[in-house]
Write a protein that binds this ligand. Structure first.
Ligand SMILES: Nc1ncnc2c1ncn2[C@@H]1O[C@H](COP(=O)(O)OP(=O)(O)OP(=O)(O)O)[C@@H](O)[C@H]1O
Ligand SMILES: [Mg+2]
Length: 448
């Protein structure tokens, strides 16, 4: 091999090696990119897991707190109830005898005053014992179908107890904002009135120099659990809200306000500390929930959630004869992730003369529509897990364009509802709905 040939071969080798090197370099770069990607992904995954764990920890802590609170309430209730039972027997002597003694004393007798005082104290003690017994009698309340606005609120506002409160607090203005078509609940009027009275009293007492107490009611459908003071589960509720602009409750006291005998008031006319305990017990008995929001110096809002009943809904048919919105066998598909909601809706629709069927998710509804044409869809907006109402509707109109539908949701009408309507969905009805409301909405859409 001569020098030139050798040079060529070297050059060749160098070139090849260079090429190899370059390739290797590229591969290395690729590998680095890939590895970086993997690292980023696992870093993101790790971050997500940490976030999830933190969230779960927080939830666990909240759950433990709520559990501890309800166990404590349970134990205190039992104790209070036991004491009350014994005390009640002892008290009857003190409550009944003064009247008999007074009958035998003439008007000027110096014993009259002390005996009157004994009688008064006896009655006060008896009232306290009654509250304690309420805590003890938990779960066996006498229930009936109630219209909270009329049977509880109006009744309370007309009661002598309320009159008395008004004379103690003449500078308190009491406003009511009641939902006109409030759904019915099942409950014990005596306990619910007492509950309302205790909340209004506290609200008034929190602003001794005057202010406002507002009483609200509303229908409320809870689509996904609300995590607040209590953990409100999905379902149809009526909500009673009592709001004041009073002193508010300090953060550290919030966990204790429902305990029997917990009070910050000076013993006297009020301040036994049983008011909120009775509220708590009553709400538990009615399978309800409590939310508390309070800011020191600003005021307090307490919300009670009571599950609704569809029993004895006499009012519903009062507006329009049912014939005017009855169906004639049209097939209606109810899409809702909550079993109870599907049951209620299909039940109502069947009663209205439609043929009703249901799907538990948007995905399931889409599969159903592919095989079976339906006249109308009653669509829930928020479904979990899975796609929401809007995305479901988008897919469905790809299969049957112009598909008739109405939207039923617990949330306020939002842009996703408006978007579904822009695409062709019909009326939006708020859950919980009455027979009449859904009946009219469907009739209206079908006749378009
Ligand atoms: N609306 C409110 N604003 C400020 N504090 C409140 C309010 N409601 C309750 N509280 C606090 O919770 C405590 C417990 O209330 P609860 O009604 O059980 O007892 P009370 O009002 O002190 O006595 P009772 O109701 O037996 O006369 C009160 O002492 C008060 O500190
Ligand atoms: Mg009170």
């Amino acid at each position: 091999m001569n020098a030139i040939e050798a040079k060529d071969t070297y050059a060749d080798k160098i070139k090849k090696t260079n090429e190899k090197l370059e390739k290797l370099n590229y591969r290395l770069e690729d590998m680095v990119v890939e590895r970086t990607k993997e690292l980023t992904t696992s870093y993101e995954q790790l971050k997500k897991e940490i976030r999830e764990r933190q969230r779960a920890d927080k939830e666990k802590k909240g759950l433990e707190e709520r559990l501890a609170r309800s166990q404590k309430m349970e134990a205190l209730g039992l104790l209070a109830g036991g004491v009350a039972h014994d005390l009640n027997n002892v008290l009857s002597g003190i409550v009944s005898y003064p009247d008999l003694i007074l009958m035998d004393l003439n008007e000027e007798d110096p014993l009259r005053e002390p005996v009157e005082t004994i009688k008064d104290s006896g009655h006060k003690a008896a009232a306290i014992v009654q509250d304690l017994l309420t805590l003890a009698r938990r779960g066996v309340t006498n229930t009936q179908v109630l219209d909270f606005n009329n049977d509880i609120i109006s009744e309370y506002l007309r009661s002598p107890e309320h009159e008395k409160l008004r004379t103690y607090y003449p500078h308190i203005q009491i406003d009511t904002h009641l939902e006109a078509e409030l759904m019915n609940i099942k409950g014990s009027p005596v306990h619910l009135k007492k509950t309302l009275m205790n909340l209004v009293s506290n609200a008034a007492e929190s602003q001794p120099s005057g202010g406002k107490v507002a009483i609200y009611t509303r229908n409320q459908y809870i689509d996904s659990p609300v995590k607040g003071y209590d953990h409100v589960l999905e379902g149809d509720y009526i909500v009673l809200k009592i709001e004041d602009n009073g002193a508010g409750i300090a953060q550290e006291d919030l966990n204790r306000i429902f305990e029997p005998f917990y009070t910050k008031k000076i013993m006297g006319r009020s301040g036994t500390g049983l008011g909120m305990a009775v509220v708590w017990g009553t709400v538990q008995d009615h399978h309800g929930y409590i939310q508390v929001e309070s800011t020191e110096g600003k005021g307090t809002a307490i919300e009670l959630y009571f599950p609704i009943t569809r029993e004895g809904a006499k009012k519903e048919t009062a507006h329009m004869p049912i014939e005017s919105y009855k169906g004639s066998g049209e097939l209606i598909l109810v899409v809702d992730d909550v079993k109870e909601q599907r049951k209620i809706a299909t039940h109502i629709l069947t009663k209205l003369g439609y043929t009703a069927t249901s799907a538990a998710s948007g995905e399931e509804a889409i599969e159903y529509i592919k095989e079976n044409p339906v006249d109308m869809i009653v669509l829930d907006m928020i479904m979990d897990p899975g796609i929401d109402g809007l995305d479901t509707y988008k897919e469905i109109i790809k299969i049957t364009s112009g598909q008739k539908a109405i939207i039923a949701s617990g949330f306020a009408e939002n842009e996703r509802v408006t978007e579904a309507q822009r695409l062709g969905a019909g009326q939006y009805i708020k859950k919980p709905y009455t027979l009449e409301k859904i009946g009219l909405a469907i009739k209206h859409e079908l006749s378009k």
